[in-house]
Design a protein around this ligand. Structure first.
Ligand SMILES: [Zn+2]
Length: 589
């Protein structure tokens, strides 16, 4: 049974198996080298026993007790008169654990962190506290990073709004190669100076990174990142769409309220109602109830009434009112109650029949008679007298579609938030569902500005997706010609960073791989419960990156071998041939 590694000059004297396994060992070599001067000595001064923890065997902890000898150094000038025999294959000087146990703990720490590593270790009979593991991890050398030609830089949040770090990835492999403690021009440019082989850098639109790269790697071509570019454009479009939707919502609201009043006043409280009326009533009530439930659900998710309103297609004020009532308002026939206008109705009616129909004029007369109600109430009453002649004066043409929209189904656009509307613009049409396509169609019809915006976005996204950067100038011209205010800040940004944007629109590189790696970094950071120091975080991120790289390379090699084996079984036998193949591949790549 092999429990301990095969170490020369060590003899197992005794094996004791209880809860733990204890091995008593003795060194056998008659001589040892002085660690200071290297002189070999055979003069034993004394012996002592050293206790070492080792990897467990079959779930039992293993302890090694080794008898170690001390020697006199033969060299008279050596400052070290006496030295203890070293066992470099088994353990480091003064260590309490064998090398292989330390390595196992370190790997655990790098993979899952200090405390989690200690927990896993203890479940497997390995002794090692969180602090021990972290100490071992800190002693671990940083993995070598490959000489990358094409890199991406992006920032990551160390502490929101306070501290940010920089992650640098190899874009060809999609893996992190370094982590910087901040995102200052100084730090980033220093890194690039130390890596002169970089010739393409993808970055976000920040001027800080732009100047750092210019300073540290003037030879490199800068590429403005696609995600940030599209995100900035989306922000501009979102403003424009929010304005358009706001206008639409206000118009719809104004239209929806009044026909509803009309409807009530035209069929004033006819009891008993017909069955059809009852059904309509019930359907409307159910729809309102559903909407109320949706509002409640959104509120439970932590949304404020301002955020709920656009999603349910209702004005924020109404949402707030419903929420504060804790119920939906009665939506049946209007209940009779005394109104301020009531005492003046006879007077108004007589004036109406006399032919006086001028609203402001009637208003003044009522005021003179002591009316303290609103002009709106007076207006409503006059409407009941002659809905077609009075109220339809202003809105005759649009009243029919409005009425169907308000009473049958809500305008689908009103259930869209500006964010959702923007999303419709930016996704590929083939990825949209049928109802989304319909919303998009309606949205584009909302105003000529929205339609123009849609075309500008479409063209820009086409440039981004198909990398047709040569169209950029034409696009900028089209934006200028459209006079759309919302695009101005985006255009200014593009013009200031035109080379990098153009590079993005012609080269295949993007910060896409960084997104996933930043998320992985955040996961590692959070798994350390906010107690992560930068050095530990960096070690763990780069260690995992190296493991991923090794895994990828292994997979690639296996595939290459399989292909080679299938195609040319004989060639693989020769070392020179496989070398030729490798250089061939790198030339093509
Ligand atoms: Zn010596």
């Amino acid at each position: 049974m092999i429990i301990i590694p095969d170490i020369p000059d060590v003899l197992i004297e005794q094996v004791e198996v209880a809860d733990e396994i204890t091995l008593t060992l003795r060194t056998t070599s008659p001589t040892a080298c002085c660690p200071s001067c290297g002189t070999t000595s055979s003069r034993v001064q004394s012996r002592y026993s050293r206790t070492l923890r080792d990897l467990p065997a079959s779930g039992h902890a293993v302890t090694l007790i080794i008898e170690v000898r001390r020697f006199f150094c033969k060299k008279s000038t050596c400052p070290r008169k006496i030295f203890a025999q070293q066992l470099p294959e088994l353990c480091r000087p003064h260590a309490q654990r064998t090398k292989r146990l330390q390595e196992a703990l370190c790997r655990l720490g790098l993979a899952v962190g200090g405390q989690a590593g200690a927990d896993v270790a203890s479940e497997h009979g390995i002794s090692g506290s969180r602090d021990t593991i972290l100490r071992l991890v800190r002693q671990h050398p940083l993995p070598d990073s490959p000489k990358s030609r094409i890199v991406g830089v992006d920032d990551w949040v160390w502490k929101r709004r306070q501290r940010y770090g920089t992650l640098i990835c190899d874009l060809e492999q999609g893996l992190p190669i370094d982590l910087l403690p901040d995102r200052s021009v100084e730090t980033v440019s220093t890194w690039f100076k130390a890596h002169p082989h970089v010739n393409i850098v993808s970055r976000d639109g920040s001027s800080e990174y732009a100047s750092a790269i210019k300073k540290g790697a003037p030879q490199a071509r800068q590429v403005s990142d696609r995600w940030h570019l599209v995100k900035n454009l989306a922000a501009c479009v979102s403003v424009l769409l929010a304005q358009s939707l706001g206008k639409l919502r206000r118009a719809e609201q104004a239209a929806a309220n009044i026909p509803e009043e009309e409807q009530h006043s035209r069929q004033p409280h006819s009891h008993p109602r017909t069955r059809a009326e009852k059904l309509t009533q019930q359907a409307r009530q159910a729809e309102r109830m559903a909407r109320y439930e949706q509002i409640m659900a959104l509120q439970k998710q932590g949304l404020k009434s301002a955020d709920i309103a656009p999603q349910v297609g209702m004005p924020e004020r109404t949402v707030r009112e419903w929420l504060s009532r804790g119920d939906i308002p009665y939506s049946g026939p209007r209940q009779e109650r005394a109104r301020l206008i009531d005492p003046y109705k006879t007077y108004l009616l007589s004036r109406w029949h006399q032919g006086y129909r001028n609203g402001p004029q009637l208003e003044r007369e009522l005021k003179a008679k002591g009316y303290r109600g609103s002009p709106r109430a007076r207006y409503r009453y006059l409407q009941t007298l002659d809905p077609s002649g009075f109220s339809a004066r202003k809105r005759s043409s649009a009243s029919v579609p409005r009425q169907t929209a308000s009473s049958m189904q809500p305008n689908p656009l009103l259930t869209l938030s500006a964010q959702q509307a923007t999303w419709l613009f930016f996704r590929r049409p083939e990825d949209l569902k049928e109802e989304e396509l319909e919303s998009l169609r309606l949205l584009r019809q909302a105003s000529p500005q929205v339609e123009a915006t849609y075309h500008l976005v479409e063209t820009f996204l086409h440039m981004v997706r198909e990398r047709t950067g040569e169209q950029l100038d034409a696009w900028l011209g089209a934006v200028q010609a459209s006079h759309l205010q919302a695009f101005q800040s985006f255009v200014t940004g593009v013009q200031q960073d035109k080379d990098a944007v153009l590079a993005r629109l012609t080269l295949p590189w993007s910060n896409g791989p960084l997104e996933g790696n930043v998320n992985r970094l955040k996961l590692i950071k959070r798994s350390m419960y906010g107690r992560a120091e930068f050095d530990l975080l960096k070690l763990r991120v780069l260690y995992q990156s190296k493991k991923n790289r090794d895994r990828k390379n292994k997979k690639k090699n296996n595939q290459a071998q399989q292909v080679g084996h299938l195609k040319k079984p004989k060639i693989m036998k020769s070392g020179t041939n496989s070398q030729h193949t490798t250089t061939g591949i790198s030339k093509v790549a």
